[in-house]
Design a protein around this ligand. Sequence first.
Ligand code: NAP
Length: 282
Amino acid sequence: MLPSGAPGGSTTVAAVIGDPVRHSRSPAILNAAFAAAGLDWTFAAFEVPRGRGAEAAAAVRSLGLGGLSVTMPHKQEVIASLDRLTGDAEALGAVNCIERDGETLVGHNTDGAGFLAGLAAEEFDPSGARCVVLGAGGASRAVVLALAGAGAAEVVVVNRTPDKALVAAALAGRAGRTAGPESLGDALASADLLVNATPVGMADGDQSPVDPSLIRPALVVSDLVYHPADTPLMESARQAGAKAHNGLGMLVGQAAVAFGIWTGGQAPVAEMARAAVEPPEN
Ligand code: NAP
């Protein structure tokens, strides 16, 4: 490591690709992790347009990158350049983390493990829990698979597009089922955990995706949205006496899993969490 901590000729480079990617918290989180661990590594963000994700993933070999994070719109596209996928990445058909082992590229999906790490930080054990997941996109599918893998008793997927809900619920096997948005109240009446895996709550003026009267004090609400830090759903959950947390734990958790895959070391999670909430440098 150079005295200033600036990258030098022997620095290992890792990066994220996406479009857009300028808003990403990953460089702040991973650079804090590398610094705290005393590693001569640096993390950059590359804005790679749709259609060039596979090409960028292949360059991990030629550039000798230490690892690559992958975000929208490349999570499917990069698979064409990889040698193999882990079980989660295969089941989800999506890769958010690429490991390089010599010339071999392995595709992982760390969203589910990151989500479970976030739940653990909130001291929620999903084993035996009855769970309701709003939304059926990429984040929902990772969460549904992870909850079932962690032994959830039931995972109910509620989505405005029923076909996508069926695909997501199938990832939970026998624990999975779907319910229409009109049946959300019934699903929540006996639920232990509610996960918001829709973007509702991110935009100014968004309302809670759940009628506040449906939230019981015993429910734990996990909103995957992390900007803003407190969403209308989280605020109404707290008003109802329920516990609520945002998606920062999942964001930090998936980065911590990636750190472990790439470096083989234990991630400095506290420093990563601090970096995740610090304002962007601009
Ligand atoms: P996605 O693939 O686009 O899926 C979005 C889902 O939300 C779809 O099922 C969509 O329904 C539903 N949806 C969108 N707008 C809606 C609305 N106005 N009302 C009801 N449902 C709506 O997105 P994603 O990648 O899964 O991400 C979902 C959210 O999770 C985003 O806010 C993202 O920032 C967050 N996320 C957080 C983390 C983290 O680390 N904390 C990681 C990944 C994602 P249809 O199927 O009907 O279109």
